[in-house]
Ligand binder design. Structure first.
Ligand code: 13P
Length: 251
């Protein structure tokens, strides 16, 4: 059985004060229910990781970073290393988000290097893939997903391969209010698992969690997460408000 995972990707939102305010409110809400069957992860900006880490001690809410560099340390002005993230009690790191691919020219090969480094330092990578609207309209969705899986997720040992998390985030669904239908998510995600099974075997592929991301809301998530190959969600906009993220965690 795969444990469902719901992660909040705050992107470049929330100052330290706003982070504190969110976590104060969210912890009150989440303590009122008993969610043992799901992992819940917050991924705030780097500047908020320390305060979030302090506040989440002794809770079962986990922490993740939104990015990292491929070296442990060195003259890489402006970058953050996996060691630094790990020191902040992060268990997860989001890699290869479509915004990083688009605005920072990250390629699948580069994302692959990051993923290997993340694993080396004991972080669980949440590797994002997904087609653009144009690619979908040109019927290239499967081709694109296959390329991204085979290249960004290459070179793993079987043990490593069983640990990672994949997030299927169709680019046309991110921040647009137009989520993939549950059927579209299931179709893409069962395909992703199949490609992964061809790389690392069926047993490994059945163990990893594949999240859906793109315009998740409390109202649309229940049907999406009910799909066989949807093991959770990576939530952007709707994770910024404690009530709405709480509702998503509870659907
Ligand atoms: P939205 O939920 O705002 O569409 O963003 C999705 C996303 O990019 C999560 O990583």
């Amino acid at each position: 059985m795969r444990k469902q995972l719901i992660a909040a990707n705050w992107k470049m939102y929330k100052t330290i004060l706003e982070t504190k305010d969110f976590i104060d409110k969210f912890l009150i809400l989440i303590k009122s229910v008993n969610i043992n069957n799901r992992e819940i992860v917050l991924c705030p900006p780097f500047t908020s990781l320390y305060v979030a880490s302090e506040m989440l001690k002794n809770t079962n809410i986990k922490l993740g970073a939104q990015n990292m560099y491929i070296e442990e340390k060195g003259a890489f002005t402006g970058e953050i290393s996996p060691v630094m993230i790990k020191e902040l009690n992060c268990e997860y790191v989001i890699l290869g988000h479509s915004e990083r691919r688009k605005y920072f020219n990250e390629t699948d090969e580069f994302i692959n290097k990051k993923m290997l480094m993340a694993l080396k330092y004991g972080l669980i990578p949440i590797v994002c893939i997904g087609e653009t609207l144009q690619e979908r309209e040109e019927n290239k969705t499967f081709e694109v997903l296959k390329y991204q899986v085979e290249n960004s997720l290459a070179n793993l040992t079987h043990e490593q391969a069983a640990k990672i998390v994949i997030a299927y985030e169709p680019v046309w669904a991110i921040g647009t209010g137009k989520n993939a239908t549950p059927q579209q998510a299931e179709e893409a995600q069962s395909f992703i698992r199949e490609v992964y099974a061809n790389m690392y075997g069926k047993d490994v592929a059945e163990r990893i969690r594949i999240l859906y991301g793109g315009s998740i809301k409390p109202e649309n998530f229940k049907e999406i997460i009910s799909q066989k190959n949807v093991d959770g969600g990576l939530v952007g906009g709707a994770s910024l408000d404690p009530e709405s993220f709480f509702k998503i965690c509870c659907v």
